[in-house]
Design a protein around this ligand. Structure first.
Ligand code: HEM
Length: 474
C-alpha cells in the first residue's frame, strides 16, 4: 500500500516537473507576486521594466504579467520571425480583448482584412491628395480663426502640447468625421477619455471608472451621425466603414461605439507627434534653423516635394517618442529561429511581445547616444535618406518602427506625415512662436503610455505666440 502511494506520488511529481519546467525556452522571470508577476512594474513604466529585464536576460525572455506568460523579443534582426508568422501567432484575440476593455466594443464577426482594405482605399493612393487638401484647408482655417478677435500684435500663451493636439485633432476630425459643429466639444471630451486609456487597457481603473464611462458615452453620442438611425448622407469613409460593420451583422449600437475606436486610431497620434517635433525644434536652435532654411522659399503646395531635413527631424522625433507594442498570442507551439542561430520553443497559450522602442529605437548598438535628439541622424552628407544601420554587424531592415509593422502597420502613415508637415509649415510661416522660458526643457514622457503609440508628456511646455505681420518672415 505504502509502495503504491509512493509510486503514485512520484509519478505525479514527475508530471508536475515535466509540465512546469520550460525546456529550450527563453529565460523565465516570474516575479515575486503569484499570478500578478511583474504587472505593477510593467504598468508603471514598461520601458524601464523591460530595459531592466533586457540587462538581466538579454534579447529574449519570458515574464509573467497578470496571469499571462509574455515572451519579449528585443532583437530587431529576429522580428520578421514573429511578424511573418500568421499560422502560429495571432493578434485577433488580444485585439478584441482590448476593444472590449477600452471601448466597450464587441465585434465578434469582423474580418480585420476587410477593414484594412477599406482603410487603405480611403487613406492611401488616389484618395490621399484630396484628403491632404481638405486637411490643409481645415488646419489653416483653425489656426487663423483661433486668432480672430485678438489684436494681431498681442502675444497669447498656451501649453505647446494643448496647442498642437487641439489644432491637429480638430482639423483631423473635421477632415474625416461628419460632425461639423462639435469639433471643440469632441476634442475636450476625447482628452478626458484619452487620459484614462492606459488604465482602461490594464483594468487598473477604479476611482475614475465613472468618468471614463460617462466620457465614452458622451463621445458615442457626439460621434453618432444621423444616418446611423436611418437618415441619408453622402458616401464617406465613416459611412462605408459602418456599412461594412452592418454587412458583418454588427448592430447600430456597436457601430456607434466603433466610431470612437476609429476616432482614437486616426486622431491620437499626429497631434502628440507634432508637439514633440515642434518641442525638439524649439529646444534645439540648430535644428530649427536647418528646417527654416529648408522651407524658407517653399509655398504650402511645394512642401509635398522633397524636404530631406524635415524628414530626418520627423524620423528622429518619432524614434524618440513613438512606442508601439506588437503583441501576438501563440495559438500553436512554435520554434522561434533567432538571427544569431539560437532557437527557442514558444508555448501555446503564451504571448509574444515586440517593443521596438527599446530596440531598435533606443538601442545604443544601433543608434549612437540614443537619448539625444540629433536632427540629422537620418540624413546622409549628400542629403539623401540615411537608412543603413547595423546591429551585430548585420544591416537592419527595422532600424526604427514608429508605424508598427506587419499586418497592422499604420494605414495612415502618408496622411499623418503630410499632416505634420503642413502643420509645422503653417505654424512656422504664420506665427511667431517662442518658449515662455528660453531655458525650458521638454517635459518628461508620461511613463504609463508605453505601448499605446505616440507617447505623451507628463506636464507641458509653456509657449507664447502671435500672428506674424508678414508671412514667410522667419
Ligand atoms: C504620427 C502619427 C501616427 C503614428 C505614429 C501611427 C502609428 C500607428 C501604429 C504603430 C499602428 C499599429 C498599431 C498596432 O500594431 O496595433 C497604427 C495603426 C493604424 N493607424 Fe496609425 N499612426 C499615426 C497616424 C495615423 C493617422 C493620421 C491615421 C488616419 C488615417 C492612422 C490610421 C491608422 C489605422 C486605420 C491603423 C490600423 C491598421 C490596422 O489595424 O490594420 N494613423 N498606426
Amino acid at each position: 500500500m505504502l509502495w503504491t502511494i509512493f509510486l503514485l506520488l512520484s509519478g505525479l511529481l514527475l508530471l508536475v516537473v515535466l509540465f512546469s519546467t520550460r525546456k529550450n525556452e527563453p529565460p523565465l522571470d516570474k516575479g515575486v507576486l503569484p499570478w500578478l508577476g511583474h504587472a505593477l512594474e510593467f504598468g508603471k513604466d514598461a520601458a524601464k521594466f523591460l530595459a531592466r529585464m533586457k540587462d538581466k536576460h538579454g534579447d529574449i525572455f519570458t515574464v509573467c504579467v497578470a496571469g499571462h506568460y509574455v515572451t519579449v523579443l528585443l532583437d530587431p534582426n529576429s522580428y520578421d520571425a514573429v511578424l511573418n508568422d500568421v499560422t502560429s501567432l495571432d493578434f485577433k484575440h488580444i485585439r478584441s480583448q482590448l476593444l472590449q476593455r477600452i471601448f466597450s466594443l464587441v465585434l465578434p464577426s469582423i474580418k480585420p482584412e476587410a477593414e484594412r482594405k477599406l482603410m487603405e482605399r480611403h487613406f492611401q493612393g488616389l484618395s490621399l491628395s484630396k484628403l491632404n487638401n481638405t486637411m490643409n484647408t481645415h488646419l489653416q482655417w483653425l489656426l487663423l480663426s483661433d486668432q480672430r478677435g485678438c489684436d494681431a500684435t498681442e502675444w497669447r500663451e498656451d501649453g505647446l502640447f494643448s496647442f498642437c493636439y487641439s489644432l491637429v485633432f480638430r482639423a483631423g476630425y473635421l477632415t474625416l468625421f461628419e460632425g461639423k459643429d462639435n469639433a471643440a466639444t469632441v476634442y475636450t471630451e476625447f482628452r478626458k477619455f484619452d487620459d484614462l486609456l492606459a488604465k482602461l487597457a490594464r483594468r487598473s481603473i477604479n476611482r475614475e471608472n465613472k468618468v471614463a464611462s460617462s466620457s465614452r458615452e458622451q463621445l458615442w453620442e457626439l460621434l453618432s451621425p444621423s444616418w446611423l438611425s436611418g437618415g441619408s448622407g453622402p458616401s464617406s469613409w465613416q459611412r462605408n466603414y459602418c456599412h461594412l460593420l452592418q454587412e458583418e451583422g454588427v448592430d447600430a449600437e456597436m457601430q456607434k461605439r466603433a466610431l470612437l475606436l476609429q476616432l482614437w486610431t486616426t486622431q491620437c497620434n499626429a497631434g502628440p507627434a507634432a508637439f514633440w517635433l515642434l518641442g525638439f525644434l524649439l529646444t534645439h536652435p540648430e535644428a530649427m534653423e536647418a528646417v527654416k532654411s529648408e522651407i524658407r522659399d517653399l509655398t504650402l503646395q511645394d512642401i509635398s516635394l522633397q524636404t530631406p531635413v524635415f524628414d530626418s527631424v520627423l524620423s528622429e522625433t518619432l524614434r524618440l517618442t513613438a512606442a508601439v507594442m506588437i503583441n501576438r498570442e501563440v495559438v500553436q507551439g512554435k520554434i522561434l529561429h533567432m538571427a544569431n542561430g539560437q532557437e527557442y520553443h514558444l508555448r501555446q497559450g503564451d504571448r509574444v511581445c515586440l517593443f521596438p522602442f527599446l530596440s531598435p529605437q533606443m538601442d545604443p548598438e544601433i543608434h549612437q547616444d540614443p537619448q539625444i535628439f540629433k536632427y540629422d541622424r537620418f540624413l546622409n552628407e549628400d542629403m539623401t535618406v540615411k537608412d543603413t544601420f547595423y546591429k551585430n554587424e548585420k544591416r537592419l531592415k527595422w532600424y526604427t518602427m514608429p508605424w508598427g509593422a506587419g499586418k497592422n502597420m499604420c494605414v495612415g502613415k502618408e496622411f499623418a506625415v503630410a499632416t505634420i508637415k503642413q502643420f509645422v509649415f503653417l505654424v512656422l510661416t504664420h506665427l511667431d512662436l517662442v518658449m515662455c522660458d528660453p531655458e525650458a526643457k521638454l517635459p518628461p514622457v508620461n511613463p504609463s503610455r508605453y505601448g499605446f503609440g505616440m507617447l505623451q508628456p507628463d506636464g507641458d511646455m509653456q509657449i507664447r505666440y502671435r500672428l506674424k505681420r508678414t508671412q514667410h518672415e522667419m
